[in-house]
Design a protein around this ligand. Sequence first.
Ligand SMILES: NC(=O)c1ccc[n+]([C@@H]2O[C@H](COP(=O)([O-])OP(=O)(O)OC[C@H]3O[C@@H](n4cnc5c(N)ncnc54)[C@H](OP(=O)(O)O)[C@@H]3O)[C@@H](O)[C@H]2O)c1
Length: 386
Amino acid sequence: MTQRSSETSPPRKGRIRRVLRRVFYAIIILIAALALYAWVTGARQEAIETGEPHMKAVVYTEYGSPDVLQIRDIKKPVPNDDEILVKVQAASVNPLDWHFIRGTPFIGRLGLMGLRKPKVPRLGVDYAGTVEAVGKNVRLFKPGDEVFGGKTGAFAEYLCTRADRAVTVKPANMTFQQAASVPIAGVTALQGLRDKGHVQPGQKVLINGASGGVGTFAVQLAKLFGGEVTGVCSTRNLELVRSLGAEHVIDYTKEDFTKGKERYDVILDNVGNQPLSGFRRALNSNGILVMIGGGGPNDGGLIGPMGRPVKALLMSPFTSQKMGMFMTELTKGDLTALGDLMQTGKVTPVIDRTYPLREIPDAIRYLEEGHARGKVVINVGDSDGT
Ligand SMILES: NC(=O)c1ccc[n+]([C@@H]2O[C@H](COP(=O)([O-])OP(=O)(O)OC[C@H]3O[C@@H](n4cnc5c(N)ncnc54)[C@H](OP(=O)(O)O)[C@@H]3O)[C@@H](O)[C@H]2O)c1
């Protein structure tokens, strides 16, 4: 007996060491991902600058419900030599925005959000608009160009962004509203399916949360990659998801896909409503689970929706299935790829509702309910978004 336990203990010790190493890596990856996101979207410690000429912008100086948002007159930004000044015509809302307003999950406050109050008092990332001025080193754009991209502070009449970062030409056949709905949701779906899910033609792909911002792009992209697509949504959205190209739809109010007979090669999870064991049951033995997000505005806690991905990371040495979460990186290349797909009619954004800038708290409140059908868009400029 003693002999047997001494024979088995070294591998067990090795496993424990491996698991501890993975916990450590999970924490480092999480902090690095938050920092990377801040860098990509240009978030940094900022004060609200006032002065002339001014513009209207959404600002918040404390955490809380969408009621903390204010529309203030602040100084209009001036582009540096490598930047462009964009007159924002439309922006779109993402769950990321309410995470920032509420300061959740708490671990985010240890990174870029700010411990007691927001480090960056500006909000919004996704936008589309018209280039009004360019810095002297900028060759990629000229005044009058119509562009879309991602930059912290997009809920404002103007923004400055580096020309070589996450901004690209808006397809001529897309409205400002459509283009503004793309950046975070579209790039997340693209990177999730292409880079993490490695979707191949003929594979069975399930999109959990197929009718939301990310899901409506994901269904179209999974189809384009040649997948046999199953979309999970509520009854009222079954037709929408079918119309986006899903061969099969599952009404989550009537059926639990994790208890069905079907096994999938790739699951893209936008909801986080199932235990890991359920997702694993629905995957084939070499399947890939790509965890995008989950949780609502009242599910804060220290790490919020990160609990399941951390557990998945710890389990992955013991299973042939691959499971993991990733943070979207907004890149010019992927925005351009999505722009091309829209230009050629292969991907069409789905817009649920449009709000004027002054009603931004209502737009966020609506998204927080967790049942948007596609994207929620904000009309910022004086154009009607077209
Ligand atoms: N990792 C990243 O970098 C990254 C990037 C973007 C987004 N995210 C995260 O990904 C998640 C999705 O983002 P999103 O923009 O798509 O959010 P969203 O637009 O608010 O999507 C909500 C959708 O979830 C669906 N839903 C709610 N409960 C469901 C259930 N039990 N089963 C299936 N579907 C359900 C709703 O459909 P019904 O109306 O039919 O219920 C709705 O269409 C969020 O948690 C967000 O924070 C993460």
